[in-house]
Design a protein. Structure first.
Length: 368
């Protein structure tokens, strides 16, 4: 069981641990059996050596055939993972009527030392990097000829969903180009307008699609313009400031509150594509009160469209509708994101109940 992260590239799992998150006593333990990947228990596992093209830290190697080390630091304070690269067989199935087994050799991190939030609940059983670099699983599957260089994620209102490698979507879907940085490509898009209720706000900013970030973050002045427009059209009483709540604009919600009175919201992407935001709020409940908040946080540096936010409901179990986002990175010249808002994706016969979590199995190894 691993967390899905479009904001990073490396797939890693806890392995030969010196310092890893506990597998018992976590918030996930009651629903899933967390495991530590054991290379020695897999007949198909092998260490990646320093002469491998995917070894990015060759400068740390003493000899050509040493084990390739890796270390990745994340935006969260003092959060990192380090270890060595290994290779094993990833067990996948096709989505056609034949449901054929696909055995793909992929390179990933044997995470021996974790720090920061990885020792808590951020990714207790590993992280599945879905970025554009050649070390990511979508890139490896494409380079080895298993799939097209694209993938999609689709989650319904109940948190059930799937990730499909090689999914190119359909021509009737809205799409927008990515803004590529050749030195470090990522899923960065341009937003030209935000509609809040009856107000249309002209904007000009770029944002990163990041399923590894919980909420949506916007810098000034975009944050203030969006939040103030939302507040001016909200009908409910503003909730008193609460240091336990990370959101600035929150409102008291009565049991009989009318959701239709909450201001609607949508984004216009570069090229004119529209992405409707269903339920642009998050509901926070306690024994004594019910509060809803605009699910956007003020950012100092980056605009990020996150996982649990109502801007991009990839994995928010509180959402009324699902969202189907297909991330295409097919060519170096033009890359696209295809967007479908609503519950158009099929989530039938899927049993994974934990939002944002995807089970990955090694054919002869230990399930992570």
């Amino acid at each position: 069981m691993v967390a899905l992260d479009t904001g990073s590239d490396l797939f890693w799992v806890p392995c030969d641990c010196s310092r890893c998150a506990p597998t018992e006593g976590t918030v996930y333990a009651s629903d899933f059996e967390l495991n530590i990947y054991n290379p020695k228990g897999s007949s198909t596992s092998r260490n990646v050596t320093c002469n491998n093209s995917l070894c990015a830290r060759r400068s740390r190697c003493i000899g050509t055939f040493d084990n390739c080390p890796y270390m990745v630091s994340y935006v969260s304070a003092e959060t990192s993972t380090s270890g060595i690269l290994v290779e094993d067989v990833l067990h996948l199935t096709t989505e056609d009527s034949y449901q054929e087994l696909v055995e793909a050799n992929i390179t990933f991190g044997c995470g021996q030392v974790q720090s920061g939030s990885f020792l808590d609940v951020a990714a207790p059983n590993g992280l599945f990097g879905l970025g554009m670099e050649k070390i990511s699983v979508p890139s490896i599957l494409s380079s080895e000829g298993f799939t097209a260089n694209s993938f999609s994620m689709c989650f319904g209102h109940d948190g059930i969903g799937r990730i499909s490698f090689g999914d190119k979507g359909s021509p009737d879907q809205e799409e927008t180009p990515f803004n590529l940085n050749p030195s470090h490509p990522n899923y960065n898009i341009s937003v030209t307008q935000i509609r809040v209720g009856t107000t249309l706000i002209d904007v000009d900013f770029t944002a990163l699609f990041d399923s590894g970030t919980s909420f949506t973050y916007l810098v000034e002045p975009t944050y203030a313009r969006l939040a103030e427009s939302f507040h001016s059209q909200a009908h409910d009483k503003r909730h008193r400031p609460d240091s336990r709540i990370p959101f600035e604009y929150c409102y008291d919600m009565s049991p009989s509150a009318n959701a239709s009175l909450i201001p609607s919201m949508s984004l216009t992407m570069k090229g004119g594509s529209q992405f409707a935001i269903h339920e642009p709020i998050i509901v926070i409940s306690s024994q004594t009160e019910l509060v809803y908040c605009l699910a956007v946080v003020k950012s100092r540096e980056l605009n990020i469209i996150g996982r649990k936010s109502s801007i991009l409901h990839l994995t928010n179990s509180h959402n009324e509708l699902g969202a189907h986002v297909i991330l295409l990175h097919v060519t170096q010249v033009q890359t696209w994101a295809r967007l479908v808002s609503g519950s158009s994706c099929s989530t039938e016969n899927l049993t994974d109940q934990i939002t944002g979590i995807y089970r990955v199995y090694f054919l002869h190894g230990t399930p992570c």
